[in-house]
Ligand binder design. Sequence first.
Ligand code: 75Y
Ligand code: ZN
Length: 261
Amino acid sequence: AACSSYRLRDALHPLWQSELSVSGGTRQSPINIQWRDSVYDPHLKPLKIHYDPTTCLYIWNNGYSFQVEFDDSADKSVIMGGPLENHYRLKQFHFHWGAINEWGSEHMVDSKVYPAELHLVHWNPVTSTSFEEAVMENNGLVVIGVFLKLGAHHAGLQKLVDALPAVRHKDAIVEFDVFDPSCLMPSCPDYWTYDGSLTTPPLTESVTWIIKKTPIEVDQNQLEEFRMLLFTSAGEEEKRMVDNFRPLQPLMNRTVRSSFR
Ligand SMILES: NS(=O)(=O)c1ccc(NC(=O)CN2C(=O)C=CC2=O)cc1
Ligand SMILES: [Zn+2]
């Protein structure tokens, strides 16, 4: 009963009214990662990341978040290793954040929530011929989640932040040339991994999640720049783009594995 009412509240959330379209989902995201329930898997390899900064195309406001798109027509920006059986191509990355620093991330660790969360979205070019096809494939996608915490200024992020005023409104787009998203990765190799879903429509259960244990630090001004973005298009009544995270989903019959003891 609690679960269904939970789902009903979730389903009525303005951003995900189509929640019920994935009725009976058994592997939805995001989840609360309970550190003590995660299982160390010694077979998990280190994650290998090779991003080519010249594959960066543009940054745009898609009405959910701001997103940086990459040229995924070849194996130029790829990840492999970790829990993966082959390489995956980087398609885009985006963020989720709150109106204030007390919340904003989608995943939680022992119920600890972070002010923001970065998602780097990859697809499997071995089993799919396009990203759109991979979205519908079981394990067609890999999303790396990186928590953001309030702290020191992040020089690598600032290049992104400086472009945000140009994409303030929904559907705004601006060319974004050379950018290497590896600069947004924490140096600590530790991660959790579990089978989940997209956290916005189509909410498909096609994602192998890799959640980095260690957050990156960003400063207050950088978070506030995120909060200056708008959900709304130019000319519409302005609605600030904040709280663009999905509520927690039930773990159901899943185990979270860790790459570290
Ligand atoms: N938040 S998340 O789970 O990482 C998440 C990740 C991805 C998407 N959706 C898409 O990527 C949709 N999409 C396309 O099909 C082509 C470009 C594009 O943005 C939704 C959610
Ligand atoms: Zn996301």
